[in-house]
Design a protein around this ligand. Structure first.
Ligand SMILES: [Zn+2]
Length: 243
């Protein structure tokens, strides 16, 4: 079974109901985490994924609310007495990801994060296309935070996750042709969310990375009035879809 789960729909804000931005992909038996800000190590446990079962983490960019739970995940791999890691952990990200991991290793000491039985392997994504095992992904630049959105196909459908973005041509291009998109709705206005839906006609758009409460039904009404035919939904932590 394959699924997509919003582990965190929040931001740097510390809130009861939203952890920082993160999406878990389960493709066949492979777990791939897209971003891991604060609270996500715990959210993984809540959806039944133990830290050592996670082999792949993709980072959209290097703001703390998208990367900070790398620290507990790496440390648990090396030092947790329950379920210590025995297989490699692959970390993918745009240019600078090697520097980020090297920096963490320097600050905390490599012994905090690694054991001889496995490797932490860093993959700097320099192309718009990359693969994890047999799965193919697109990594697309979405200004202005140095962020890269993720797009992939599964079965007949195309999925897009923006990470951290704004309303611009690149964002429209990422969503166009996607069947389901999880968007950064926190950095854009209500009018821009509606505009994005109308311009892309993405059949299902889920608003995430939320700094404020959104009125989902109102957004949906406005988008419909403007000629949007799809579903505009406000995301929440642990919202999950089978693929
Ligand atoms: Zn962010």
């Amino acid at each position: 079974m394959s699924s997509i789960t919003l582990l965190g729909t929040g931001t740097c804000q510390i809130e009861y109901e939203r952890r920082a931005s993160s999406v878990l992909l389960e493709l066949d038996q492979t777990h791939i985490l897209f971003d891991c800000g604060h609270g996500i190590a715990q959210r993984l446990l809540e959806v039944g994924v133990l830290h050592h079962q996670l082999s792949h983490i993709i980072l959209s960019h290097f703001h703390p609310d998208h990367v900070s739970d790398l620290i507990p995940i790496l440390q648990a791999g090396a030092w947790s007495q329950r379920d210590p890691r025995s297989s490699d952990l692959h970390i993918y990200g745009p240019e600078g990801v090697q520097q980020l991991i090297d920096g963490l290793m320097r600050i905390f000491g490599p012994r905090s994060f690694q054991q001889p039985g496995y490797q932490v392997r860093v993959h700097e994504i320099t192309d718009e296309h990359f693969s994890i095992e047999d799965y193919h992904f697109e990594s697309l630049s979405l200004p202005p935070a140095g962020n890269h959105g993720l797009r992939f196909q599964w079965g007949e459908k195309t999925y897009a996750i923006t990470g951290d973005s704004h309303f611009h041509e690149q964002e429209i291009n990422l969503l166009r042709g996607s069947d389901l998109a999880i968007i950064d709705a926190g950095h854009i206005s209500d009018a821009e969310i509606v505009e994005l839906a109308v311009a892309t006609q993405t059949p299902h758009i889920i608003c995430s990375h939320l700094y404020r409460n959104l009125d989902g039904p109102q957004l949906q009404r406005e988008a419909r009035q403007r000629g949007y035919h799809g579903t505009l939904q406000v995301g929440y932590d642990l919202l999950s879809f089978n693929l």
